[in-house]
Design a protein around this ligand. Structure first.
Ligand code: NAP
Length: 176
């Protein structure tokens, strides 16, 4: 939890839990993109500056985009894009978005990249992980998570996938 917000990390992992090369994810997977969109749409998303710079349109539509950066000027860049300079300021924003005593149905999705996942893992209530049978280029990884802390409560295998590799597995890990 951060404040009153249910914090979910969402990521697509190749072999060795690689998630990208620092600039790109190194893959394009339509099914995973639909899964990501279906889950995050209309909810706030938090990302690091490098992930934000890697987005094709620099903003994910129909979501409040929160970008963590110490180098960018903080504040609203446009109506659904805000730059936040540190975790303390993020907490302040979360207090406004998720007021005490009001049960919010919208989770706070942490969408990467590696540095941000590492920082938010201790606050994560759930990990939504797409496990892909691919070797991705790069050495940015999703952090190790402790199975004493999280249990896998759901795995769905993508029945629509075709081709040579194994289908994606969509896992949801919940904090014990
Ligand atoms: N496979 C997936 O699911 C997935 C998802 C997302 C991203 N990715 C990939 O991950 C890679 C990017 O990850 P990354 O680890 O290099 O970078 P990142 O986590 O996206 O961003 C790191 C940046 O965030 C800012 N930051 C981090 N902690 C902060 C804090 N506490 N306060 C303020 N600002 C903070 C800093 O920006 P400043 O330098 O501006 O201060 C830092 O340089 C890319 O290859 C991307 O494609 C993969």
């Amino acid at each position: 939890m951060i404040g009153n917000a249910n914090v979910r990390l969402i990521a697509a992992l190749g072999h060795g839990n690689v998630i990208g090369d620092g600039q790109t994810m190194g893959f394009s997977d339509r099914e995973d993109m639909l899964y990501f969109t279906k889950n995050t749409i209309y909810n706030p998303v938090v990302m690091g500056r490098r992930t934000w710079e890697s987005l094709p349109y620099r903003v994910l539509k129909a979501r409040l985009n929160i970008v963590l950066s110490r180098s960018l000027t903080p504040g609203y860049v446009q109506s659904n894009l805000v730059v936040v300079p540190d975790l303390e300021r993020l907490r302040m924003l979360v207090e406004v978005l998720y007021p005490d005593g009001i049960q919010s149905l919208a989770p706070l999705w942490v969408i990467g990249g590696g540095e941000i996942y590492r920082e938010f893992l201790p606050y994560a209530d759930e990990l939504w992980l797409t496990r892909m049978d691919v070797v991705l280029p790069g050495n940015v990884t999703f952090p190790e998570w402790d199975t004493d802390d999280f249990e896998c409560r759901q795995t769905v295998t993508d029945s629509t996938s075709e081709g040579s590799r194994e289908p994606n597995r969509y896992q949801v890990w919940s904090r014990r």
